[in-house]
Design a protein around this ligand. Structure first.
Ligand code: ADP
Length: 255
């Protein structure tokens, strides 16, 4: 049993001839906030998608709370984890995507109550109470009856954050959640996420190009390049005194 909530052990992934993750190992402790940075195409989103069981690794193991996500050992053989196991594991983790992915035909409140009722089995009343508190926290108490199309991109993304938190996840994955937004709306969303980081005990794994946000919320920043972690350090150290030339070069291009 590992002390790490999330552990990648020698994970490899190819798409065709392209090596996307190259023998990758890293861990995230419970409650830790970790940000993944690095050039486009370096494998960051693939890591989040694997934690959501949307993409399978070719080799290696990924465990969450000590349980393998994809493979179970029977004797010497590795067999794929069954659908029931995957469903149970998915409850630990929620993800907010770049393109909010709200249910367009449901009002804001229902977007947030839907999964707690249908997946967690909460009563509609409990789910609504939880949803109202979260929507209040993200500044949308006045928009409970709106449809997603009536909201700005920043408001939609804040609903998506409330919806993810309504599952009371152990792990919150954030995949470039502000990159579809103009700077002012992005700032609103990042402020909400700073609140989330202060208020909830949730383990956060973020992919972002918002370096100031990464500096503010992260305990640790991992610099990716070509499917490998080339540098891992607390944000002040990584941003102010990067050790690798590739990290310096990347930071010059985004800061
Ligand atoms: P990042 O998040 O660092 O930009 P990604 O993890 O999204 O990187 O992608 C890593 C590489 O894998 C990219 O070259 C991307 O084009 C490729 N890739 C990702 N998903 C797929 C897929 N489903 N099929 C083929 N190639 C993919």
């Amino acid at each position: 049993m590992t002390a790490e909530l999330i552990a990648f052990d020698r994970v490899g992934k190819r798409f065709g001839d392209a090596v996307v993750l190259d023998d990758l190992s890293f861990g995230v402790r419970a409650g830790e906030r970790v940000t993944l940075i690095g050039p486009s195409g370096s494998g960051k989103t693939t890591i989040l998608r694997m934690l959501m069981t949307l993409t399978r690794p070719d080799s290696g193991t990924i465990t969450v709370a000590g349980e393998p996500l994809f493979q179970e050992k029977r004797g010497d053989a590795l067999v794929p984890a069954g659908e029931q196991h995957l469903r149970a594991m998915r409850r630990h983790t929620t993800m907010v995507f770049q393109q909010y992915n709200l249910f367009p035909n449901m009002r804001v409140l229902r977007n947030v109550t839907e999964a707690p009722v249908h997946v967690l089995g909460l009563s509609p009343e409990e789910a609504e109470e939880r949803a109202r508190a979260l929507l209040d926290m993200v500044g949308l108490a006045g928009k409970l009856d709106a449809y997603p199309s009536q909201l700005s991109g920043g408001q939609q993304q804040r609903v998506a954050i409330a919806r993810a938190l309504a599952m009371r996840p152990d792990v919150l994955l954030l995949d470039e959640v502000t990159s579809a937004l103009d700077p002012e709306l992005a700032a609103e969303v990042l402020d909400v996420l700073r609140d989330v980081a202060r208020t909830f005990d949730v383990t956060m794994l973020c992919v972002t190009h918002a370096m100031k946000f990464a500096r503010d919320v992260s305990d640790r920043v991992l610099m990716f390049n070509e499917g490998r972690i080339i540098e891992s350090a607390p944000p002040d150290e990584l941003f102010d005194a990067p050790k690798q030339e590739r990290t310096r070069q990347f930071l010059r291009s985004v800061l």
